[in-house]
Design a protein around this ligand. Structure first.
Ligand code: PLP
Length: 230
């Protein structure tokens, strides 16, 4: 089941890359394993998956200790400043930085552990009130501030698009993030590397890849529905 899902999604990613004139290796799949048990993650691992996404610090840390150490753990959910210290040397990439306060804490903890923290800036492209993320308008000034912090490296942008029934409805959201990505890249800000665009989930990853995603974050379509009442 998990294996079949991964094969289907990977093929669709390749199709979307071709359709938009990009190379086959220009977008990668992150398996979002939040709420899912270690044995299911192991199954995906045995199919060759190495990138996994978690949205809770405690869950990431637990799974980190119990699973192979060549897994790249992506922290994709909101991060509280008081929890940064637990994941600073465990997360391969933090996708959800949206404030200077959080970035300062990441910088401080990275220096303590003598690591460089790779981060994305989360942008609330559709200005949804319920969502985290900096606004499109404030993104560049936040990046300029964060770029001056030691121990931290900005690798790109991330967005969580609105929940829609028809994935086409998110095309403009993804296009807007891509435009922002290009605009910031062209500024050549010191210590800012616009290489990664993390966008697209189970319902809209094809369109996200067509619009330039380099990572898609897919949970439900790989592991099935999540049951939060367990
Ligand atoms: C849960 C989650 C996903 C995956 O969502 P699915 O719809 O299950 O694919 C992707 N990104 C973030 C930030 C998430 O919290």
């Amino acid at each position: 089941m998990i294996k079949d899902n991964i094969i289907i999604i990977k093929n669709e990613i390749i199709e979307a890359l071709k359709k938009s004139g990009r190379n086959e290796n220009e977008a990668s799949l992150i398996a979002v394993s939040k709420t899912k048990p270690v044995n299911m993650i192991k199954e995906a691992y045995d199919c060759g998956m190495r990138d996994f996404g978690e949205n809770k610090v405690q869950e990431l840390v637990d799974k980190y200790d119990r699973l192979p150490n060549d897994i790249r753990w992506h922290l994709i959910g909101h991060l509280q400043t008081n929890k940064v210290k637990y994941i600073i040397d465990k997360a391969y990439l933090i996708h959800s930085v949206d404030s200077y306060k959080l970035a300062k804490e990441i910088s401080k903890e990275a220096l303590k552990k003598n690591v460089t923290a790779n981060i994305l800036i989360e942008v609330n492209v559709a200005s949804e009130e319920s969502k985290y993320g900096v606004s499109v308008e404030e993104c560049e000034s936040l990046i300029i501030l964060i770029s001056k912090l030691p121990g931290i490296c900005i690798k790109g942008l991330m967005t969580v698009a609105p929940f829609v029934k028809n994935e086409e409805d998110n095309r403009l959201v993804f296009r807007k993030l891509k435009q922002l990505f290009i605009d910031i890249k062209e500024k050549n800000i010191d210590n800012v590397f616009m290489e990664i665009m993390s966008m697209g989930m189970s319902g809209d990853y094809r369109v996200a890849v067509e619009e330039g995603a380099t990572y898609v974050r897919v949970g439900t379509k790989i592991f099935g529905e999540r049951n939060y009442n367990l």
